[in-house]
Design a protein around this ligand. Structure first.
Ligand code: FES
Length: 576
């Protein structure tokens, strides 16, 4: 039986308690420590709120209980913690005719929930992962859905995120999605991982100043004109104006689909932030589906500064060849979309162009497919397969070469970007979103330079119905085995998804950015397989290879190399 038992129960005869000592009392699922002191008898939850060791083994001095394990201290009468991080629960005690009676009534859910949320918020603000976990479990126990726990994390992180949406908010959103693939209390694992990333990223940051919403009708003449103005403001890098308008559009009740379209137009005007702008937009809308549109101002508002301040990758030299071809072609995308999308698809030559050929050929392959009338979703499927193949070809040794600025994280964006593009196309099949598909295919092609020079033999499927073999291979850091298992697994897909969700949120990595990518890639892979059909395994195999690869979290070492080069006047790329 779990909580909510009510009333007074007899716990012990006073004389059975050691004088100035303690005794354990068991009642249903409760373990209660009874303490006899000169000031009277006291009762508290036997589990120390720090790490759960038995308080019955603690020491008492002048009404203060000290836990034997790590010295946290609590006032016996109130449970207040005087050294440590959390109060202990106490129970009302009455002595009736030499017997100790306890009131074991659990507080009503409505009474305790606000305290638990306040405690959770405090724990997030102190990066106290243990307490975050306990409060999350306590909230679940009183019937609070995990989506509300996630909402609390977003409410903490979103206003603090310095330049708007970032990895921490995206990770928490993804973690909520991964939690839904798990069962029972294991669902807490991804949520806790997501909360810890938000907490570690945003801790002690001040609130980001936000511009007040403007009235789009007063300023632009109509909601429609305001929606059209948003991408322009992003393009002109007018950070405050863009956010004020976005908040204003939400405040006046512009339709969510119209707001989403305005955001997508702004995003695909350029290849913003290496694809992150599109990925974050998807996550933001996914999050709102879970926690409700009434949080739109909190959730969508921070997209504006991220989009406005994002690097325009189409202005970087390494996209130039592709963009020259794009500009010269001057495609009428709206016209392309008016054609019936029913044609058969030569996927092999499309894939060859993306995987082995030039930016120009990649552009031409996509153009040919669209002009022939291949359904856009089939092209997206093929791009996902090519991105998965890119994962398979990635030269793992690059990741241990500190003089190379590229690595696994770059390759991962091919799959996560195309996954976001699939979402965008499914909700908004417009010419502007189609523009993003050109960025996707270029990206898969461009990562060719990170392929291993000598092609390794691709691991053959290892037939098994044991989904647990996949996380085992990841824990052993055996990428070939992980890929082989993902390919050969023949049990229920739900179990494989759950296995991937679990291993992606275990502590295989420690830095928030690595956790963010593990989570993001796994979520995208699961989503891609669901969209393409369960016979498809390559996105899962790709994620498995990424998760299992030994990776160097080389941020401090790399920063040191860069700093040395900087003071010596050497440019990036000359790090030795
Ligand atoms: S378990 Fe009590 S102080 Fe650590």
């Amino acid at each position: 039986m779990s909580g909510n038992e009510t009333g007074w129960v007899r716990a012990s005869a006073v004389d059975d308690l050691p004088s100035e000592g303690a005794k354990l009392f068991r009642h249903l699922d409760k373990r209660i420590a009874l303490f006899r002191t000169p000031q009277g008898v006291f009762a508290a939850d036997n589990r120390c709120p720090h790490q759960g060791y038995a308080l019955v083994q603690g020491d008492i001095k002048e009404g203060v209980l000290t836990c034997a394990w790590h010295n946290w201290k609590f006032e016996l009468a109130t449970g207040a913690c005087t050294f440590g991080g959390e109060n202990m629960r106490t129970y009302p005690v009455e002595i009736r005719a030499g017997e100790v009676w306890l009131d074991v009534t659990d507080p009503a859910a409505e009474e305790i929930t606000p305290h638990l949320f306040a405690s959770l918020l405090e724990a997030i603000g102190e990066v106290d992962i243990g307490r975050m976990g306990r409060d999350t479990m306590r909230l679940q126990r009183v019937g609070v859905p995990l989506s509300e726990v996630v909402r609390e994390g977003i409410r903490y992180g979103a206003p603090r995120a310095e330049y708007g949406w970032n990895h921490s908010l995206a990770t928490l959103t993804d973690c909520m999605g991964l939690a839904s693939l798990l069962e029972g209390s294991l669902q807490t694992l991804p949520v806790l991982q997501g909360l810890s990333v938000v907490s570690e990223t945003e801790v002690r940051r001040p609130f980001r100043p936000r511009p007040e919403p403007i009235d789009p009708v007063a300023i632009y003449g109509s909601i429609e004109a305001g929606l059209r103005a948003y991408p322009r403001l992003v393009d002109e890098e007018r950070v405050e104006d863009a956010e004020a308008l976005l908040r204003g559009l939400i405040a006046v009740g512009a339709a969510p689909a119209d707001i989403r379209h305005a955001l997508l137009v702004a995003i695909t005007d350029h290849f913003l932030s290496y694809g992150h702008a599109l990925i974050y937009c998807m996550k933001a809308f996914e999050l709102l589906e879970q926690i409700g549109w009434h949080e739109a101002d909190t959730v969508l508002g921070p997209l504006a500064p991220h989009q406005t301040l994002s690097t325009r990758y189409d202005r970087l030299p390494y996209m130039a060849r592709f963009l020259r071809t794009w500009r010269a072609a001057d495609l009428d995308l709206a016209d392309l979309l008016r054609r019936p999308q029913t044609a058969a698809f030569d996927e092999a030559s499309f894939a060859r162009a993306l995987l082995d050929e030039s930016p120009e050929n990649t552009f031409a392959a996509l153009r040919r497919a669209l002009e022939a009338g291949v359904p856009v979703m089939r092209i997206i499927d093929a791009t996902t397969r090519a991105a998965s193949e890119r994962f398979g070809r990635f030269d793992i040794d690059i990741d241990v070469d500190d003089t190379n600025e590229w690595g696994w994280l770059d390759v991962t964006h091919t799959l996560t970007y195309v996954n976001a593009l699939r979402w965008a196309w499914s909700v908004d099949p417009s010419p502007e979103v189609l523009r993003g598909l050109f960025h996707a295919v270029w990206f898969v092609q461009w990562c060719q330079q990170l392929d291993a020079r000598t092609a390794a033999t691709s691991p053959a499927p290892f037939v098994t119905s044991d989904a647990g073999a996949l996380p085992d291979a990841v824990r052993r850091r055996d990428p070939d085995a992980a890929v082989a298992i993902a390919r050969g697994y023949n049990g229920p897909m739900d179990a494989l998804d759950a296995a991937l969700a679990q291993i992606a949120t275990e502590d295989e990595h420690t830095s928030p950015i690595m956790i963010a990518h593990s989570v993001k890639v796994s979520r995208a892979a699961i989503g891609e397989v669901k969209a393409m059909g369960t016979g498809e395994r390559e996105p899962i195999a790709a994620a498995a290879r990424f998760l299992a690869s030994p990776k160097r979290q080389r941020f401090v070492f790399n920063a040191t190399l860069e700093a040395v080069a900087f003071v010596q006047g050497r440019a990036r790329g000359d790090l030795t």
